[in-house]
Design a protein around this ligand. Sequence first.
Ligand SMILES: C[S@@+](CC[C@H](N)C(=O)[O-])C[C@H]1O[C@@H](n2cnc3c(N)ncnc32)[C@H](O)[C@@H]1O
Length: 203
Amino acid sequence: MTSSPPTGGGVIIDLGTGDGSFVYQSALRHPDRFYIGIDAQSSALEKISEKIHRKPAKGGAPNVLFIQAAVEDLPPELDGVADEVHAHFPWGSLLRALALGDEVALRNLRRVCAPGAWLEVVIALDPERDRAEIERLGLSPLSLEFLETTLIPRYRAAGFDIVEYGSLPPSEWPQLQTSWARRLRGATSRPLNFLIARAVGDV
Ligand SMILES: C[S@@+](CC[C@H](N)C(=O)[O-])C[C@H]1O[C@@H](n2cnc3c(N)ncnc32)[C@H](O)[C@@H]1O
């Protein structure tokens, strides 16, 4: 799994961006790419969204845009712009949408993708610690059977072909540059489930 599939530039959307750390760090490393961080809540973004407007020598990142929006209601101005979409450690309604393959949310995601765009979804749930949230959201365990019989067909129906999926034990987590990756890494009982898909067909 990679957290930056090889598109060779373009526009990258980070959905459920949280404090924007992945967007900001990636934008500094890849000034030729344009990063859009989207989150339903804007409070965690205050620090980084102030930073990006500084001069580049002082940590500014002119190739970053943050938008407050929910996956259920993505602005039409984003239609077809993304070459990559990432969703790292989603929670709440975003987690429900991605882990259950909600039709409206997946179609919204597909809508913002350019043809052939990559989608990466990374979910790390602890069946014990997160039990209350799993029950509240009505989530199914991300078993191979659930993926193959339910989730993959739902993604495909929305215009995403899953090209890779799997589960990694905590010892094999990749170096994802997000605040929640840093927070959760090392938790012994939290496997990391990932899906990599490509946008196919017409919207
Ligand atoms: C656990 S945080 C992960 C943040 C970041 N991706 C990271 O890895 O550090 C999950 C984020 O999903 C956002 N979120 C939850 N529901 C959402 C929705 N329906 N649409 C967009 N963002 C949502 C939350 O506001 C929160 O910032």
